[in-house]
Design a protein around this ligand. Structure first.
Ligand SMILES: NC(=O)c1ccc[n+]([C@@H]2O[C@H](COP(=O)([O-])OP(=O)(O)OC[C@H]3O[C@@H](n4cnc5c(N)ncnc54)[C@H](OP(=O)(O)O)[C@@H]3O)[C@@H](O)[C@H]2O)c1
Length: 295
């Protein structure tokens, strides 16, 4: 008889990363996921609705599920929202994350935290794990603070810094791809920055990287893609890959668009450490072709 699968708790299962994680993890784990304001159902995972800011509720959930490992992908991830709501976003991005790490530390189980390339200001790319952090907005500051507090509380935790992501997103979440495809389909002009560079990966590749990190690494790990590309170049690549006939892409600059939070110009990640662990993202065009749907 094959041994029972270990239990993996994934927070943010209704979100873009958590949804991709639940699908990818189901082959090797008994998956438990959390949702909050979007109580979806997901084949292959047991989902629980919970407010992660409620520490007693999270403790009770741990007691009930007895997870063998945790990947924390729930967050307020919109920099503009965090800029305008610093106290509310702090509660989920910082407080809830550190208290989850504490519960994992008490049990000595693997814990992965999803951080971001936005811990940097974007002026000294490519960034390796050893580069000094330099956030330029509230969201980046919250992630830096959380990284520091998690590692102080639980040095065995893995802090995975994710780049810009695209791809299949489940019933309620989105990556930046879905609105872009909708705009193209309705004939709208898509404004894309030529002066903002990232190393994007798909949600599925991100899930593979996060699962790879689980229990195999501690401290900070960068999970960037293999290509440095501007938002505009990404749009062009997508249009070519899917042969959109009448796409109207407009090359523009960050300064052309008014936003609450400033945007770092180049957040390319050096992910050599992850490559050594076996993280090997395919070229972006290939990852785009691997998507199961565009909307
Ligand atoms: N997407 C990107 O391009 C990107 C890039 C770099 C890093 N990241 C990081 O990757 C992680 C996942 O991001 P994502 O794109 O998957 O975000 P997302 O699609 O916005 O999903 C956020 C998830 O967090 C949950 N959540 C929010 N507040 C909650 C609360 N109080 N209690 C419980 N759950 C709560 C949401 O649940 P409901 O929807 O059910 O309310 C949702 O499942 C985050 O840590 C983010 O900072 C994302």
């Amino acid at each position: 008889m094959s041994p029972a699968l270990q239990k993996l708790l994934i927070t943010g299962a209704s979100g873009f990363v958590g949804w991709n994680l639940c699908q990818t993890a189901a082959a090797n784990w008994q998956v438990f996921g959390t949702t909050f304001s979007h109580p979806i159902a997901l084949e292959g995972a047991t989902l629980r609705k919970i407010d992660l800011r409620d520490h007693d509720a999270v403790k009770a959930l741990f007691k009930q599920i007895q997870p063998d490992a945790v990947i924390h992908a729930a967050a307020a991830k919109d920099p503009n929202y965090c800029q305008e709501n610093p106290i509310e976003s702090h509660r989920i991005n910082v407080d809830a994350s550190v208290s989850l790490a504490g519960l994992c530390a008490d049990r000595e189980i693997p814990f992965v935290f999803t951080s971001t390339d936005m811990v940097f200001d974007g002026t000294s790319a490519p960034y390796a794990e050893t580069a000094p952090v330099s956030p330029i907005h509230v969201y980046g500051e919250q992630k830096v603070l959380t990284e520091e507090r998690i590692l102080a509380r639980y040095p065995a935790a893995a802090i995975c810094r994710l780049p810009l992501m695209f791809g299949d997103a489940g019933p309620v979440a989105q990556s930046f791809l879905q609105p872009m495809v909708q705009q193209i389909n309705t004939g709208a002009t898509v404004n894309l920055f030529t002066d903002e560079y990232r190393t994007p990966i798909s949600g599925r590749v991100a899930a593979e990287g996060l699962l790879l990190a689980l229990g195999k690494t501690r401290g900070i790990l960068h999970l960037g893609g293999s290509e440095r590309i501007s938002r505009y170049e990404f749009g062009r690549l997508m249009v070519e890959t899917f042969d959109f006939k009448n796409a109207n892409l407009n090359a523009c600059l960050q300064r052309d668009v008014k936003m609450a939070a400033r945007r770092p110009p180049d957040l390319s990640l050096d992910s050599a450490k992850a490559h050594q662990l076996g993280f090997a993202p395919a070229p972006i065009a290939r990852q785009l072709r691997d998507l199961s749907s565009l909307i």
